[in-house]
Design a protein around this ligand. Sequence first.
Ligand SMILES: C[S@@+](CC[C@H](N)C(=O)[O-])C[C@H]1O[C@@H](n2cnc3c(N)ncnc32)[C@H](O)[C@@H]1O
Length: 324
Amino acid sequence: MQVLCTIQLIVAFRALRRIIHGASAPPGRRAKKHEEFVAVPRLPEGTNALAVWPKQPPANYLGQLEPEFQERFASWWQDVKLEDCYFYHRVRLRDGKTIDGVWNLLGCEAEYLGGVKLRGRRVLELGPATGWLTTWMEQQGADVVGFDLGWELAPDLLPLAQFDGNELRAGQVEFVSRVTNSWWLLHREHELSAKAIYGSIYDLPADIGQYDISIFGAILLHLRDPFLALQQVARRTDEAIVVVEPLAFEIDQSGHSLARWNPTQGRNPNGWWNHSPGELIDMLKVLGFPRATVTYHRQEYRPESDPTSAHVEAPMFTVVASRD
Ligand SMILES: C[S@@+](CC[C@H](N)C(=O)[O-])C[C@H]1O[C@@H](n2cnc3c(N)ncnc32)[C@H](O)[C@@H]1O
């Protein structure tokens, strides 16, 4: 009897460990099947990546979802080349070949998004970056609108004494524009219907409409005011909000409402916060999304500071919070 209990305990412990550490990978996840990678050429010396933004955005960023505006966007990026792009995600091309990127979510997309149902849903994706999730969600039957930084807008940067603010900002605007190039390259490659809109996440364009699901994938850690961003999106979301973040607190603390400010102690001017699941659940409850589930997983990540290094597994969590 005692032996049986011990075995049951071990089985239960292993199951729990699989849930916490993400070993509960769906079949085929990161199966090391032979990948054929496409190399991204370097830009020729003395040339710059495609930069398309005209000086002025439309007044109050309105009208971007109009079909003519979307066609204009697509025409601006129609000639985008691999060498114009920075690939934040590892992406699959139509011929099955792969382009490497900093994050490899291939095969883990559903897990990353907390298993939320996508078919037939209108989805607002905040900060899609290269857009592998945009592509995958559309392939699952979602109608996706991606919202990102555009025109003159830079990410929120911690005002750290050791950085020259203007230089940093200019570098970040250029970097974001290379990532945006990759979103449009993927859009062309997969002939996506997904739409793109740009502006301030703290003051979303008034005409973007309502969505069933909104997705904040690894973005709240980069925002000066994560609650304001959630609030902006909550009133445009009818069913559920999905938030994915790196797991920076111990699992047994994750139910507490914890946040750590400037977690890299000034090394990374983009790193505003560590959020805990408990903190996000609290915020989402206040915003009218009281029913929440949390899942824990690991995703492959290659440190950006070292493009030649191998991927490591980063612990993450996903909160899916629904209206009543
Ligand atoms: C770390 S990437 C996450 C990419 C993708 N959502 C995922 O989960 O794999 C962060 C994204 O948030 C966007 N972003 C960062 N700061 C932002 C801001 N202040 N306003 C709007 N978007 C922002 C970036 O441009 C980028 O697309």
